[in-house]
Write a protein that binds this ligand. Structure first.
Ligand code: TEU
Ligand code: CA
Length: 534
C-alpha cells in the first residue's frame, strides 16, 4: 500500500463556491487554477476536489450524470488537466470525489434501466416489486421520505438512500463493479492521485435491517476488488466517508493487510451539540466528550491505521459557530480548535475558508437557502405544525449544510471578490474575515494555520509521534506527541474563562505555538500552546 498519506495535509475545495472567473455566479476550475499559489502557501500538499462532473445539480454534483466528464459550468477536460498539472508542478496531489453509491437519475445507465424490466441496464440499479401495493420495506431516505420511488413505466420501485434523483447502484452486479473499476482507472491513468469515497460503506446493503443502511455483508469484498483492479496498481490514496463506524470497524476497512481503503473519516465528535445527532436540534456542546472522542479514535487506530483529523466540510456548519466563541473570542477559539485537532496524529483535512476562521453566514429567509436537505427538512418539520416559521429558520441556521457552502470571501469588494455576476447562493464577506485582510496580518487565523502546518511538517513528533491524553477536566486538556526522544505537549483551554495550569503542564519547555503573546503563567480564554520538551 502507498505510504504518502502519512505526510498528507489536505485542503478541500467545493468548486461551486471557490472562485468564479467568467461572471456566471458559479465557481469554476479556472478559479482554482488562479488560486494555486494561495493554496500552496497554506502549507497543504493535497487537494480534495468535491465533484466537478456533469450533473443536473439536485445535490450540488453528488448526483453524477457522466463519470468521465467535467461539468460545463466548471470548465473543460482540458482545463481539468491544466489544473492537475498546475498542482503537480507545485507538489500538490489531487484527490477526486468518488460518488459510486448512486448516480443521477439522468445518468445514461439509469435512463436505460428504467425503460423496461429486460433492459440490459436494468440490474445496474436496485428494483423491487411492490409489497401489498406499497414500498418494499420501511427504509427512509437521508433527505426525507421513503427510500423507494415507484416508477410507473415498469411498475416497480427503485432504491435511493438520498434524493429520488440519486438512484442507488446495484453493486451485487459484477458489471457495475467492472464499470466503476474502469472509471477509476480512467482518472488514475490521467494522473489523479486518489479519491475521497462518498458514503462508501453503503455500497453493500443489508436488507435484514429495519432502517436504511450499509455495512452490508459484501462491503469488504467489493472494496478489495476495487483495490486489486484499480487502486493498488496506481498506489492511489483513498479516504472513505463512513458515518457511524466504531474504531474496530474502521480498522477492518483500513488495516494495512486488508487491501481496502487507506483511511476513513471519523465524524463522531461532529455529532455533539445536537440532540441525538439531529443537526436541526441544538444542545450545549459537551467539550469533555469532544476531546475524549478524538482521543478514543487516536487510541483505537494507532496499531494499524492512520486517523483523519477533520472538523469541517461541505456538509457541516462552520467549526467556529459550532464549537468556538464567535462573539468574544473568534481568533482565540478558532486557533485553539486548530491547535487541539491538528496537534493529533493523523491526516489534517481543512475545508476552504476554515483557514480564515469563518463563522456561519446569516440566512434571513428560506429563499436564501439552496441545499436540498435543508429545504426538504424545513418542509417536513413545518408539516408537523410544532414550530413557528421563526423557530424553523433558527433550526436551519444551526444545522444547514449551506452554512459551509457560501462562497470564499477573497476581499471586501462586491460579493467578497467571488464573482462579478450574481452568485448562485448568497455571499458574506465580513470585515476581518477575508483572505486579503488576513494575508498580511501576522495575528490572523490564516497565518496561524500556516505556522501550524509548517511545524507539523518539520517536527517528527507531530508528524507520526505517539499520542497520549494526559488531562481532560474542567475544559482544559493536555496531550502529548512523542517521537525520537522529543515530546510535544498540546495544552488547550476550551473555555472563555481563565484557567490554572494543570499539574501535568510541562516546565521549562520551548513554546512552538501560542495563540497569545503572553508567557505561560496561566491559561487565558481559549489559549492553546504547543510546547516542546526533550
Ligand atoms: O454525505 C453523506 C451524509 O450522510 C451526510 O453527511 C449528508 O450530508 C447528510 O447530512 C445526511 O443527513 C455525502 C456527501 O458529502 C453529501 O454532500 C451528499 O449529499 C451525500 O453524500 C450524497 O451523495
Ligand atoms: Ca463561473
Amino acid at each position: 500500500m502507498e505510504q504518502w498519506h502519512k505526510e498528507a495535509v489536505v485542503y478541500q475545495i467545493y468548486p461551486k463556491s471557490y472562485l468564479d472567473t467568467n461572471g456566471d455566479g458559479i465557481g469554476d476550475l479556472r478559479g482554482i487554477i488562479d488560486k494555486l499559489d494561495y493554496i500552496k502557501s497554506l502549507g497543504v500538499n493535497t487537494v480534495w476536489l468535491s465533484p466537478c462532473y456533469p450533473s443536473p445539480g439536485d445535490d450540488n454534483g453528488y448526483d453524477i450524470s457522466d463519470y468521465r466528464g467535467i461539468a460545463a459550468e466548471y470548465g473543460t477536460l482540458e482545463e481539468f488537466k491544466e489544473l492537475l498539472e498546475g498542482m503537480h508542478s507545485r507538489g500538490i496531489r489531487l484527490l477526486m470525489d468518488l460518488v459510486v453509491n448512486h448516480t443521477s437519475d439522468e445518468h445514461e445507465w439509469f435512463v436505460e434501466s428504467r425503460k423496461s424490466r429486460d433492459n440490459p441496464y436494468r440490474d445496474y440499479y436496485i428494483w423491487r416489486d411492490p409489497v401489498d401495493g406499497k414500498e418494499p420495506n420501511g427504509w427512509t431516505a437521508a433527505f426525507g421520505g421513503s427510500a423507494w420511488e415507484y416508477d410507473e413505466t415498469t411498475g416497480q420501485y427503485y432504491l435511493h438512500l438520498f434524493s429520488k434523483k440519486q438512484p442507488d447502484l446495484n453493486w451485487e452486479n459484477p458489471k457495475v463493479r467492472q464499470e466503476i473499476a474502469d472509471m477509476i482507472n480512467y482518472w488514475l491513468d490521467m494522473g489523479v492521485d486518489g479519491f475521497r469515497c462518498d458514503v462508501i460503506n453503503n455500497i453493500s446493503k443489508d436488507f435484514t435491517r429495519p432502517y436504511a443502511g450499509g455495512n452490508g455483508p459484501r462491503l469488504h469484498e467489493f472494496l478489495h476488488e476495487l483495490h486489486v483492479k484499480a487502486l493498488e496498481p496506481h498506489k492511489a490514496l483513498t479516504v472513505g466517508e463512513t458515518w457511524g463506524l466504531s474504531p474496530k470497524q474502521a480498522l477492518d476497512l483500513t488495516g494495512e493487510a486488508r487491501g481496502e481503503l487507506t483511511m476513513t473519516f471519523q465524524f463522531e465528535h461532529l455529532l455533539l451539540g445536537r440532540v441525538g445527532g439531529d443537526k436541526f436540534d441544538p444542545e450545549p456542546l459537551d467539550k469533555k466528550a469532544f476531546v475524549d472522542i478524538l482521543a478514543k479514535w487516536e487510541e483505537g487506530l494507532k496499531e494499524d491505521s492512520y486517523p483523519v483529523l477533520v472538523m469541517e466540510n461541505h456538509d457541516q456548519p462552520r467549526a467556529l459557530s459550532r464549537f468556538g466563541d464567535r462573539e468574544k473570542y473568534p481568533y482565540e477559539s478558532a486557533t485553539m480548535l486548530a491547535a487541539l485537532l491538528y496537534g493529533m496524529r493523523g491526516v489534517p483535512f481543512i475545508y476552504q475558508g476554515q483557514e480564515l476562521g469563518l463563522h456561519d453566514p446569516t440566512f434571513r429567509s428560506l429563499e436564501e437557502y439552496r441545499d436540498i436537505e435543508t429545504l426538504n427538512a424545513y418542509a417536513e418539520l413545518k408539516a408537523t405544525g410544532k414550530w413557528t416559521d421563526e423557530e424553523l429558520l433558527a433550526k436551519m441556521q444551526y444545522g444547514s449544510r449551506d452554512c459551509g457552502r457560501v462562497p470564499m470571501p477573497w476581499n471586501n469588494e462586491k460579493e467578497g471578490g467571488f464573482t462579478t455576476g450574481t452568485p448562485w447562493i448568497k455571499t458574506q464577506a465580513d470585515p476581518g474575515y477575508t483572505v486579503a485582510e488576513q494575508e498580511n496580518d501576522p495575528k490572523s487565523v490564516l497565518n496561524f494555520y500556516r505556522k501550524l502546518f509548517e511545524l507539523r511538517k518539520n517536527i517528527p513528533a507531530l508528524a507520526d509521534g505517539e499520542f497520549k491524553l494526559l488531562w481532560n477536566e474542567d475544559d482544559v486538556s493536555v496531550y502529548t506527541r512523542t517521537a525520537e526522544g522529543i515530546t510535544v505537549y498540546v495544552v488547550c483551554n476550551f473555555s472563555a474563562e481563565k484557567k490554572d495550569l494543570p499539574d501535568c503542564f510541562p516546565r521549562g519547555g520551548a513554546i512552538l505555538l501560542n495563540n497569545y503573546d503572553n508567557e505561560k503563567e496561566w491559561l487565558r480564554p481559549y489559549q492553546a500552546l504547543w510546547i516542546k520538551t526533550k
